[in-house]
Design a protein around this ligand. Structure first.
Ligand SMILES: NC(=O)c1ccc[n+]([C@@H]2O[C@H](COP(=O)([O-])OP(=O)(O)OC[C@H]3O[C@@H](n4cnc5c(N)ncnc54)[C@H](OP(=O)(O)O)[C@@H]3O)[C@@H](O)[C@H]2O)c1
Length: 332
């Protein structure tokens, strides 16, 4: 059986990028035996520096050279996949979109944990990837290891999906749970940071914008809504939420920030604080876990849950999308 070489250019070498390198290095032999594809990191770039790999190990940062344009790196390495793993701040959207277009122009698939361009340039990017016949893997943008995007994209194909309800922000779930235990907002956030659940800046977690972004992408996959132009209606988590979280707990329920999109309200994604009964699958998750319920009309609700958010979780989703692109780009 001939083995197909899959050189990869990784853009971004933070916690997710580093976890991805470790995963590819650790699993490439097993994946080669199983699928006859040899995944290989060919180059890694940071903000302004880069390295090309001579073997499986990334050289120390002190040995990296200045960064060259991505197009040159793709050509030099013969990359078949470009993986994006750098900040999702809106300010990066134009750069990230240009990179993706460059990759497709040069025949490489794109797999991303970076959300900004997916949100800002949805239709343009989806069209370009389809025109090129190359993959655009976005699994890592909708809940790290949780295969929510795959469920929306493939697993429920043809189902009459009426609505999606989701808890896809581990920080907000953890913080509201801690407030239900009696912690103040500041205490709950500090605790979440100490446990590595929350990052330094929790603004997008607490405002609902992060959760809404993930559900916007799911709505794009489910109903072909234009992710970039959707309205959002967000109820933020504030210090006043503590009282409501305790009251919900006393009533035998759980307060959760639930992101919702529904065919009854086309073009809108809302994030509201809801009291959930014990039997609601969104109430069962704990800490940084995620859950998405797809309301499939008469046949009932299908829920996918678990898969705590972590750099390893995001890297695992990137690896899965990389393999999917290499083996069947029509699916990614
Ligand atoms: N951490 C998680 O659990 C998690 C889960 C799901 C999704 N994500 C998403 O995954 C992405 C990566 O997250 P992360 O935690 O690894 O850290 P990050 O802080 O988002 O990314 C850090 C890396 O990005 C590089 N970088 C910054 N600007 C760049 C640019 N313009 N071009 C190329 N590289 C650039 C930095 O370069 P230097 O090294 O040179 O500074 C650094 O290597 C984010 O978009 C995040 O939202 C993260």
């Amino acid at each position: 059986m001939s083995v197909l070489d899959v050189p990869i250019v990784l853009v971004g070498y933070g916690p997710v990028g580093q976890a991805y390198v470790r995963l590819v290095r650790g699993r490439s032999d097993a994946l080669e035996q199983r699928y006859a594809y040899r995944l290989r990191i060919a180059a890694v770039t940071g903000r302004s520096t880069q390295c090309q790999l001579a073997g499986p190990n990334v050289p120390p940062r002190s040995e990296w050279g200045p960064r060259v344009p991505l197009a040159r790196l793709i050509v030099a390495t013969g990359a078949r996949v470009v993986v994006q793993a750098y900040p999702s701040d809106p300010g990066f959207a134009a750069v990230a979109a240009e990179e993706a277009l460059t990759a497709w122009r040069l025949g490489a698939h794109v797999v991303t944990a970076t959300k900004c361009h997916v949100l800002a340039h949805w239709r343009r990017l989806r069209r370009a990837s389809a025109d090129a016949g190359l993959g655009f893997g976005v699994s890592a943008t909708t809940g790290a290891a949780l295969p929510a995007a795959d469920v929306a994209r493939h697993a429920l194909l043809g189902y009459d999906i009426r609505a999606v309800r989701a808890c896809l922000n581990g920080t907000s779930t953890y913080v509201v749970d801690r407030m239900g235990d009696g912690a103040s907002l500041a205490e709950a956030v500090a605790d979440a940071r100490q446990r590595g659940i929350a990052e330094a800046d929790t603004a997008a977690d607490l405002s609902g914008a992060d959760a809404a972004g993930k559900v916007r992408i799911l709505a794009g996959l489910l109903w072909d809504w234009d992710v970039s132009t959707l309205d959002t209606d967000l109820a933020p988590i504030t210090a006043a939420t503590a009282e409501e979280a305790v009251a919900a707990r006393r009533a035998g329920t759980r307060l959760r920030a639930v992101a919702v999109a529904s065919v009854d309200r086309p073009g809108l994604v809302s994030v509201q604080l809801e009291r959930l009964g014990e039997t609601d699958p969104l109430a069962a998750i704990a800490g940084p876990e995620k859950a998405v319920s797809y309301d499939c009309g008469e046949i009932g609700v299908v829920t996918v849950s678990g898969g705590a958010s972590s750099p390893l979780g995001a890297a695992t989703a990137l690896l899965k999308d990389t393999l999917t692109c290499a083996t069947d780009p029509a699916v990614a």
